[in-house]
Design a protein around this ligand. Structure first.
Ligand code: NZQ
Ligand code: ZN
Length: 390
């Protein structure tokens, strides 16, 4: 196992009625900015619950944060923070609202010329506005981590940053709030959480039996609960299990001391930046193709995964690996998430800009730094069509 430091200060308040605890969680003296997205919280009653519970000095609102939150919009919110002397941010919505709020928190205290440098130049944050979250979409794990992913419309970029200063002070996870999700966002959440586990698991063995089994527990639970939520979207217990899985999948714990990859996310972010795919759709496309491409480097973990997750024990190693990837791809498709670029109307032409941009920016990616422009081109070509619709 590799050396590691684990730090996570987020207070999680989980369960039915948890929003009521905003009463004591949000500081009474706060001049608070409530951030939200396109209005789902007004349609499903979450907004009313939040306003009824908040006992703070003053509430100002900023709505309109988009899925894949836009830098341009977030800068408008930073102006509100400065003008209204906001000293606490409350994100109410999905991962995009929360990531956007993390960026607002950082940018409001940024003293350089261009806050985009927080992301591109990895500027170390001295300070950020404290924030809390009411999460309404289980997927990203943003509620319990220190990452944020921001998109910039002007340059078609989608990039992440991390800082311990942007951990939420608290995150409220009431699974009731997720009942209003449509099937597409529900399935997206399962796929994103599954992909987060795979990025931290599907690399090389480092004698980490506990982390491996913690990761496998999340995968097995998602495979069990995913079809259940699609069949019974109103089942509270199923929604609750998925919400806790997504939170556990990216709060740092299963990643302790293991080798991680994250190249599927890097390629997926470019697919979203250039073509507008949902985050989870991009992962469902890239992951199977990337695992097939990297099957030799990832063989030991793919075999372990095949056996422990899908019970695959028969056949040659190559056959067992292909079965494991095929079962993964079929799981995503069974949730209604397309796993090929053709499912989203994307053709080969223009795809090469993805590999070119990643190679120019990051060099080679993956746990062996073995995925460069050529390999990304190959992965995306293999992800174009289902074999039988070629
Ligand atoms: O904007 P509103 O009206 O609120 O509607 C949203 C949005 O249209 C809707 N929604 C959210 N909760 C709902 C609901 N609709 C009905 N009922 C509810 N309870 O769902 C749509 C998608 O929301 P969004 O926040 O974009 O989804 P998600 O939570 O999947 O977040 C995706 C973003 O997070 C980033 C992604 O790249 C993407 O930008 N990620 C963040 C990570 C992190 N911070 O650690 C890690 C992830 O890998 C990911 O990259
Ligand atoms: Zn993700």
């Amino acid at each position: 196992m590799k050396n590691f430091t684990y730090y996570n200060p987020v207070k999680i308040v989980f369960g039915k009625g948890a929003i009521d605890q905003l009463r004591t969680l949000a500081p009474a003296s706060a001049n608070l900015l409530l951030t939200y997205g396109g209005g789902s919280i007004k349609r499903n009653g979450v907004y009313d619950q939040v306003l009824a519970a908040l006992q703070v000095k003053r509430v100002v609102e900023f709505g309109g944060i988009e899925p894949n939150p836009k830098y341009e919009t977030l800068l408008e919110a930073v102006e509100v923070v400065k003008k209204e002397k906001i000293d606490f941010l409350l994100s109410v919505g999905g991962g995009s609202v929360l990531d956007g709020t993390k960026f607002i928190a950082a940018a409001a205290h940024f003293s350089g010329a261009d806050p985009w440098e927080i992301i591109t130049k990895h500027r170390r944050l001295q300070q950020a506005v404290p924030l809390g979250a009411v999460l309404t979409l289980p997927a990203t794990g943003s509620e319990m981590n220190s990452f944020a992913v921001i998109s910039r419309a002007a340059t078609q970029e989608k990039l992440s940053f991390a800082s311990s200063k942007i951990f939420p002070r608290f995150s409220i996870l009431d699974p009731e709030t997720t009942r209003s999700l449509d099937m597409r966002q529900t399935a997206n959440g399962v796929v994103d959480a599954f992909a987060h586990v795979l990025e931290q698991y599907m690399t090389v063995p480092v004698n980490s039996p506990l982390q491996d089994r913690q990761a496998e527990a999340i995968l097995l639970t998602l495979i069990q609960e995913g079809p259940r939520v699609m069949a019974n979207p109103n089942d509270y217990d199923v929604r609750a299990n998925i919400m806790w899985c997504a939170c556990q999948a990216l709060n740092g714990l299963i990643g302790c001391g293991v080798v991680q990859d994250w190249s599927t996310h890097a390629i997926g972010h470019e697919l979203t930046a250039f073509y507008g795919l949902d985050h989870a759709q991009s992962l469902a496309v890239v992951f199977p193709a990337l695992l097939r491409h990297q099957r030799e480097r990832k063989a030991a973990k793919l075999l372990q995964y095949g056996e422990r997750i899908f019970g695959i024990t028969e056949g040659s190693e190559a056959q067992r690996i292909e079965q494991a990837v095929d079962r993964t791809e079929r799981f995503f498709r069974s949730l209604g998430v397309g796993t090929r670029l053709a499912d989203y109307g994307i053709q080969a032409q223009g795809l090469e800009r993805i590999g070119r941009r990643i190679a120019e920016r990051d060099g080679k990616i993956g746990e062996h730094q073995a995925i460069g422009q050529k390999e990304i081109d190959e992965i995306l070509s293999a992800a174009l069509y289902q074999d039988d619709d070629k």
